[in-house]
Design a protein around this ligand. Structure first.
Ligand code: PMM
Length: 295
């Protein structure tokens, strides 16, 4: 991989775009819909399902290009969820949103969930393990022929922080993503449908996340569209805390997230994944206007 970037490669409009997804002249905004008990406390599965569908419709009405449905928390330290439970949480939500005309992605590391969600109408599979958590994932994606987000990942949530060691985080993440691309395409995934993601917060410390964000131009040289998932993450809270003046809780990080969305879009990201769709949609529109050719 070369480290010099041509001026054309720096323009957001020239970012490669996967087949099977919309191609507006701006960065896409993916709205986060986590159907997990910590997001929707008590109330039983039906209540959670109904609430999740309503929230998904709301995200779409706010302008989300894609609504990303997930049934398993991937926070550091999170425990795995049984596949049957993940299916019960996500498939009815995917199905109902797809029926309502919403473009849905499924956020899962498990092939049976990916398969069932695509069957239910999901048009994209978002796998934070990049195919490493489940050996059946790549063949399932190859067979389904849907776009696939492969995220940089080193270990399951409960042990990810132990693997946050890098000498040159941008070069190592680029090399590890490149290795994933080779393996995934060798297993039959169409490279035209691949999206890569630096995996902010996944086996990364705060300084790694900021270095990766600043290094998006280098990651784009891998030749694939990039998705950036910064929303409300620890590195944003740390920057807002202003050198230890007090952490800002996740719910107070949306404006800062929108600022990061603008930076990611200006650096050529194909898509940002966020909780607050409206703010990031405005942000990526500003990035597009800023980058637009002027006479
Ligand atoms: N982060 C989370 C979940 N899914 N998907 C992609 N592609 N990239 C990410 O960075 C990502 C993801 C964890 O964040 P959440 O708990 O706020 O959903």
């Amino acid at each position: 991989m070369s480290t010099t970037e041509s001026p054309a490669a720096r323009r957001p409009g020239t970012c490669p775009r996967p087949e099977g997804l919309p191609r507006p002249d701006r960065c896409l905004v993916m709205g986060i819909l986590n159907v997990t008990p910590d997001s929707f406390s008590d109330g039983g599965l039906y209540a959670r399902t109904r609430q999740a569908i309503d929230r998904g419709l709301e995200l779409a009405a706010q302008g989300a290009d894609i609504v990303d449905v997930g049934g398993e928390s991937t926070r550091p330290g999170a425990r795995p969820v049984a596949v049957a439970e993940e299916l019960a949480r996500t498939v009815p939500v995917v199905s109902e949103l797809a029926r309502a005309g919403v473009r849905v992605s499924i956020d899962t590391m498990h092939a049976p969930v990916a398969r069932a969600a695509v069957e239910a109408g999901a048009c994209l599979v978002n796998d934070v393990s990049g195919g490493l958590a489940d050996p059946d994932m790549a063949p399932a994606i190859a067979a389904a022929g849907v776009p696939y987000v492969a995220t940089h990942w080193r270990a399951p949530s409960r042990e990810m922080d132990r693997h946050a060691e890098y000498r040159d985080v941008v070069a190592e993440v680029a090399a590890e993503l490149d290795a994933r691309v080779r393996q995934l395409t060798a297993q039959g995934i169409d490279p035209a449908r691949l999206v890569l993601d630096p995996g902010l917060g996944f086996s990364k410390r705060t300084e790694h996340d900021w270095t990766l964000l600043a290094g998006l131009g280098t990651l784009r040289q891998l030749g694939f569209p990039l998705l950036v998932g910064a929303s409300r993450k620890r590195f944003i809270g740390a920057a807002l805390a202003n050198g230890g003046a007090g952490d800002v809780p996740p719910g107070g990080r949306d404006q800062a997230t929108a600022a990061v969305s603008a930076l990611a879009a200006a650096a050529g990201a194909f898509c940002v994944r966020v909780h607050d769709v409206r703010a990031s949609l405005d942000a990526v529109r500003m990035a597009a206007a800023y980058a637009a050719p002027r006479s």
